[in-house]
Design a protein around this ligand. Structure first.
Ligand code: ACO
Length: 439
């Protein structure tokens, strides 16, 4: 991969900041595509000032070769490949290889990768005790946060982050074990026995059988549904420096155990503004219920005082149609067709909501388009997953992105422990007084 120029200093470009009559020059850097960045690393040393950017809306925290998004164009590339092409022609395991290694595998490399991943699908038998320690009604994301964190107490032979081989073994383990762990969280919540992985099945078909098979009868995987879920996994595999990925990088920047870093990412993903949005979008569609009530909800979403937002609409980065939402909409139709539930009432509500919102001045002006979560809830429910499993499925898919970004961070010579600054607005220095002397 010829990317030696990526992140190079833009020699002829510099930004000048004029502050209190003194000019400071800041170098600029150019990527392969996308906006240049102003390198403010020496800003404090030169001016005594920090930058202020809550939510990192204008701040690049790292350079990365993994994923590129152009939110205005509605473009998403994994290692340079458009998401639509990967969703159409690739499979999730191949995408895992791509994200982790940087290039698509040839046949031999793919077969070897597939074998390696399938050899790591089982979890330590002791892990089952962690599941049974949870209440049956625990949210599966709570179980995932705990059990994935618990992996850091196992597998001591792959936690030396300074050893390249151990880093790769930890990466393979995470990708391989996550479906097993997710299916165990699901099975536990519905009171069914855990189903062991089957290495003769491909990655996603195996996950479906671990979720839906029972020991007392044979389970046949529906290839159309397996392909649809595989595509959903591809769509969710990485999304550059989003909240959960930044969490994984920040946790990992201290040299923390890799499994613990992924657990931190899972905790962040759980939030309704991030991975929890597909659950929230489906709840909203259910609440709307019928097509005739759509206009009323659109009106509420536009009213600032209502505190209501259209879930599954809007995105921090995409100010155009989320390219993943287009693929997701197609996948949704395929799944409903395959299951013979084309007349699903919630799909009608979703289509009407999308139609009305896309014509509405408020949504046009604010560039609010359906995001990936808008159609994924309907699709995952049709596949047989309860709502509280949706974010878990997202975590299964995103694990490869987290681990690829974590590995890239560890291997980046520029990386330092993450330590944001702040604008302090609390009390200035004051003297301590003993309790009897306080008013
Ligand atoms: N419905 C109605 N109005 C909205 C919506 C929405 N879904 N999203 C944003 N707006 C409005 C805001 O009220 C704001 O209006 P203002 O400029 O008049 O104050 C404007 O659009 C900008 O919104 P922000 O919240 O500032 O945009 P931000 O980039 O911070 O938020 C977010 C993005 C969190 C995704 C937001 O659009 C939202 O809450 N959407 C619903 C939740 C959702 O679907 N999340 C999934 C994200 S995708 C993912 O994580 C995989």
């Amino acid at each position: 991969m010829n990317d030696t120029t990526a992140g190079k200093a833009a020699a002829d470009k510099a930004a000048t900041l004029s502050l209190n009559g003194k000019a400071s020059q800041m170098p600029m850097r150019s990527g392969t595509i996308g906006p240049d960045v102003i390198d403010v690393g020496k800003l404090y040393a030169n001016t005594g000032c920090f930058t202020y950017d809550p939510g990192f809306t204008s701040t690049a925290n790292c350079s990365s070769r993994i994923t590129y998004i152009d939110g205005d164009e509605g473009t998403l590339l994994y290692r340079g490949y458009p998401i639509e092409q990967l969703a159409e022609g690739s499979n999730f395991l191949e995408v895992c290889y791509l994200l982790l290694h940087g290039d698509l595998p040839n046949k031999g490399q793919f077969d070897q990768f597939r074998t390696t991943i399938s050899r790591h699908t089982m979890v330590h038998e002791q892990m089952t005790r962690f599941y049974t320690g949870f209440r049956r009604d625990a949210h599966p994301m709570a179980i995932m946060t705990g059990t994935v964190g618990a992996l850091s107490a196992f597998y001591h032979d792959s936690t030396d982050i300074n050893d390249q081989t151990q880093r790769m073994i930890a990466s393979h383990r995470m990708i391989a074990k996550m479906p097993t762990m997710a299916s165990m969280a699901f099975k536990y919540s519905i009171g069914q026995p855990f189903i062991y992985p089957r290495n003769d099945l491909d990655y996603t078909a195996n996950f479906l059988q671990m979720c839906f098979a029972v020991p007392c009868e044979p389970y046949v995987v529906n290839p159309i549904l397996a392909r649809a879920l595989d595509r959903i996994f591809i769509l969710h595999a990485d999304h550059e420096q989003n909240a959960s990925t930044s969490t994984v990088r920040l946790a990992g920047s201290s040299g923390a155990n890799p499994f613990a870093c992924i657990a931190a990412g899972i905790a962040c993903l759980w939030g309704p503004a991030h991975g929890g949005a597909n659950e929230a979008a489906l709840n909203m569609l259910e609440e709307i219920g019928t097509v005739d009530r759509v206009a009323e909800y659109v009106k509420r979403a536009k009213d600032k005082n209502s505190g209501f937002r259209l879930m599954g609409f809007g995105h921090r980065v995409y100010k155009n149609y989320d390219p993943r939402a287009k693929v997701m909409q197609k996948t949704c139709h395929e799944v409903l067709d395959a299951l013979g539930v084309r007349n699903e009432p919630l799909l009608k509500v979703a289509l009407e909501l999308e139609r009305i919102a896309l014509q509405d001045e408020y949504f046009i002006e604010k560039k609010l388009y359906p995001n990936i979560d808008f159609y994924s809830g309907i699709t995952l429910r049709a596949l047989g997953f309860p709502k509280d499993m949706f974010t878990v499925l997202f975590a299964v898919a995103r694990t490869v992105g987290w681990i690829a970004q974590w590995k890239e961070m560890i291997e980046d010579p520029e990386q330092r422990i993450g330590r944001p600054r702040q604008l302090y607005i609390g009390a200035p220095r004051r003297e301590f007084a003993a309790i009897e002397k306080r008013a």
